[in-house]
Design a protein around this ligand. Structure first.
Ligand code: NAD
Length: 257
């Protein structure tokens, strides 16, 4: 068991990467606090974990709200006695996110509030808990778009993930001597709800697939395995990284036919 005696908090745990990570972390011995704004999905994640005989609890928290983030950390410590792993994973990709001219200010602000401020709030309230626990691991979900520009624009989303990546580096440096590691997980294009809603026609899917050397979208389960490595003591000398798990997309200049 790779996370025995650890307590993990995962934001955006109702679906996709968050749900798969919650299930995997619990299988590996962690007690998992699942948080989200989608209560039904979050409770379903917890049910799946408990049905497998493992330990998890759900807490409603909007990561864009400071008070919710303070409360979710408090809930984790009260419920399980400590917090060792903080996975700031919740994020949105707004359907009206486009180029600089077409994107409304409200869409930009909402995206930044959830994707960037959400990570900031997670850390603002989570880091003191990790310090109380004697250290721990923070994983922030960024994206391959923090590394590559796309001709199908999502200007707010791309800006938000760049911010998550640079914030992660600085957090890693600041807390390196406190036994707190901070890493970014940079997924490639995944076959989850979030992206499939955006690439909603076969033509749009194919347009993206052309650029992925492996010729397929990634799976949330594959991200969970990468997150498990960053969460566990196996990555004890790893901090400040941008862990790319992307089917090779950022390495490619030309992809195979
Ligand atoms: P998903 O939509 O399946 O999961 C995102 C979860 O976040 C949902 O359960 C949603 O309810 C929750 N959420 C949304 N707003 C929230 C808020 N304000 N407070 C709390 N929870 C909120 O998508 P996913 O693909 O699993 O995405 C997880 C992370 O991975 C996101 O940060 C996303 O940007 C990132 N990511 C996804 C892809 C991809 O291709 N799917 C690629 C790179 C990065």
């Amino acid at each position: 068991m790779r996370l025995k005696n650890k307590v993990a908090l995962i934001t955006g745990g109702s679906s996709g990467i968050g749900r798969e990570s919650a299930i995997l972390f619990a299988q590996e011995g962690a007690k998992v606090v699942v948080t989200d704004i989608n209560d039904e999905g979050g409770q379903e994640t917890v049910r799946i974990i408990q049905d497998a005989g493992n330990d998890a609890a759900y807490f409603h928290a909007d990561v864009a709200k400071a008070s919710d983030c303070a409360a979710m950390v408090e809930f984790a410590e009260e419920t399980y006695g400590a917090l060792h792993i903080l996975f700031n994973n919740a994020g949105i990709m707004h359907s009206d996110d486009g180029n600089a001219m077409s994107t409304e200010e409200e869409v930009f602000d909402l995206t930044m509030n959830i994707n960037v401020k959400g990570v900031f709030f997670g850390c603002k309230y989570g880091i003191p808990a990790l310090q109380r626990a004697g250290g721990g691991s923070i994983i922030n979900t960024a994206s391959f778009v923090a590394h590559l520009g796309a001709a199908t624009p999502q200007i707010a989303y791309t800006a938000s993930k760049g911010a998550v990546l640079s914030m992660t580096r600085e957090l890693a440096i600041i807390h390196a001597r406190e036994n707190i590691r901070v890493n970014a997980l940079c997924p490639g294009p995944l076959r989850t709800e979030l992206l499939m809603k955006f690439l909603n026609t076969e033509a749009k899917k194919q347009r993206r697939l052309v650029h992925i050397p492996m010729g397929r979208f990634g799976e949330a389960k594959e991200m969970a395995k990468a997150a498990l490595f960053l969460a566990s003591d196996e990555s004890s000398y790893t901090t400040g990284t941008e862990f790319l798990v992307d089917g090779g997309i950022t390495a490619a200049y030309v992809t195979p036919e």
